[in-house]
Design a protein around this ligand. Structure first.
Ligand code: ADP
Ligand code: ZN
Length: 432
């Protein structure tokens, strides 16, 4: 089944000309309404008029995560606040995070994109969906929710966490679909098994997983544990949220990128040079229809490869391979994005610490763990003397990690110069 037959199966030449038309419109809009884009286009000596074909896009400057931060909170908005009906944000200490705005029409388009994803997974109005993506400022929860309502399915707005309750509802409400991060699904299966539940006897038949990298081995494992079909969903809040690309039931090899709403390019992350379709590189997205917060050539940091071969599902939109790598130092912990710089920003604000720290990330069972060791300075070491004082600092760090980044960290203070020799600040032991 295809949700929007007309647009999802459009011949490729028609998609391309639609993209050019929409690209020209969005370039005009950002050039005249967003100071940042006027400046960046002028600096690059490019005018919206200069872009006559997709191949001309390479003349346009990139938008980066730093640009979002520098324009925090609303500097990149293209419409007045009175037209904005929703705000989402990424986590971080203020000034380090980014805010994303949506007009009414943006929400409608986003809901349709998610509806397309659900239908591509064979989901209908007769399904009950347990949505365990995080609600709130994250885009995952509400993004899925609106799409599910759009196709008329019954949504259980669980949000993440509280495994026992999730399991109880899985048993009692009989959902046929679960949406979550893949690692959380695995965690639920393990908890369920420990409680003596037979996960395969639940009514679940499809799982939609995303928000973090997961390979086909993990897919096989989840499919076996629950007796379901597991499909990959991709998106990032900066661009719109989940629903930018979705694996189809028939193809199960790469995710269709909804090209009537986005242009996707792959670039060499070192040089910024555009790569031929099919070569592995960093994904760069341009939004074609977003009103509130359009982005031009946004560098995602995600590494993938575009698949141009036609898909047996009948959709004509290009596909992207599973994302398993990043071009930068962003970590994804339990589906939450964290940069080492954000951890540093928390540590510098706490008195008594040296800037030296080490983060060890691991996956124990199905769930990611984060251990943070931080050196205290000589002063605290000599005059505090009291263990209570040190415990207070540890608790403060753990609390700030939770409050600002949404991450549970096990914190341990160590003596000055203990970590000096450690050659890596971040040690990621997970095998994904
Ligand atoms: P999400 O709720 O999808 O995590 P965020 O904006 O918080 O949204 O994070 C987006 C990032 O999450 C992407 O840039 C990518 O690194 C990662 N991500 C999202 N979906 C997937 C997926 N299906 N596979 C791998 N990584 C993903
Ligand atoms: Zn397909």
């Amino acid at each position: 089944m295809i949700y929007n037959e007309e647009f999802e199966t459009m011949p490729r030449d028609v998609i391309k000309s639609l993209q050019v038309k929409r690209l020209q419109q969005v370039l005009e809009r950002v050039y005249h309404n967003v100071g940042f884009y006027k400046k960046s286009f002028d600096t690059a000596k490019v005018k919206p008029d200069d872009i006559k074909a997709i191949a001309d896009m390479k003349k346009l400057p990139f938008t980066t995560r730093k640009d979002l931060r520098d324009n925090y909170p609303f500097g990149l908005f293209c419409v007045p606040m009175s037209n904005i009906v929703r705000l989402h944000a990424s986590s971080g200490t203020s000034g380090k995070s980014a805010v994303f705005g949506y007009t009414k029409r943006d929400i409608e388009i986003w809901s349709e994109l998610v509806a397309r994803c659900l239908v591509a997974a064979g989901i209908t109005k007769n399904d009950i969906i347990q949505n365990a993506f995080g609600y709130g400022l994250f885009t995952g929860g509400l993004g899925l929710h609106y799409g599910a309502e759009k196709i008329g399915a019954s949504v259980i707005p669980m949000s993440g966490g509280d495994a026992k309750r999730q399991l109880m509802i899985l048993q009692d409400f009989g959902p046929t679909v679960i949406c979550s991060t893949p690692s959380y699904a695995l965690h639920l299966a393990e908890e369920g098994k420990a409680m003596g539940m037979d996960m395969r006897s639940l009514k679940l038949r499809v799982g939609i997983f995303g928000a973090e990298p997961w390979n086909n081995a993990l897919r096989d494992e989840i499919e076996k544990l629950f007796g379901i079909t597991a499909l990959d969903l991709f998106g990032l809040s900066e661009v719109i949220g989940p629903g930018m690309a979705m694996e189809c039931l028939e193809g199960r090899n790469g995710m269709h990128v909804f090209e009537d709403h986005f242009i996707v390019e792959t670039i060499n992350p070192k040089t910024g040079e555009v790569l031929p379709e099919g070569e592995e590189g960093e994904l760069v997205f341009t939004t074609l229809t977003k009103e509130a917060n359009p982005l031009i050539r946004y560098r995602t940091g995600d590494i993938s490869r575009l698949i141009t071969e036609p898909c047996r599902c009948g959709r004509s939109h290009i596909k992207m391979e599973k994302v398993l790598k990043r071009s930068d130092d962003m970590l994804i912990i339990r589906g939450i994005n964290v940069f080492p710089a954000q951890i540093e920003a928390i540590l510098v604000n706490i008195e008594g610490l040296e800037p030296t720290y080490q983060v060890i990330i691991d996956r124990v069972g199905a769930l990611d763990t984060l251990d943070l060791q931080v050196e205290v300075n000589d002063k605290i070491c000599s005059d505090a003397g009291s263990i209570k004082e040190l415990q207070k600092i540890e608790q403060r760090i753990a609390k700030d990690m939770k409050d600002f980044l949404g991450i549970a960290a096990r914190v341990k203070l160590v003596q000055p110069n203990m970590l000096q020799k450690a050659d890596a600040k971040i040690i990621d032991k997970r095998r994904i």
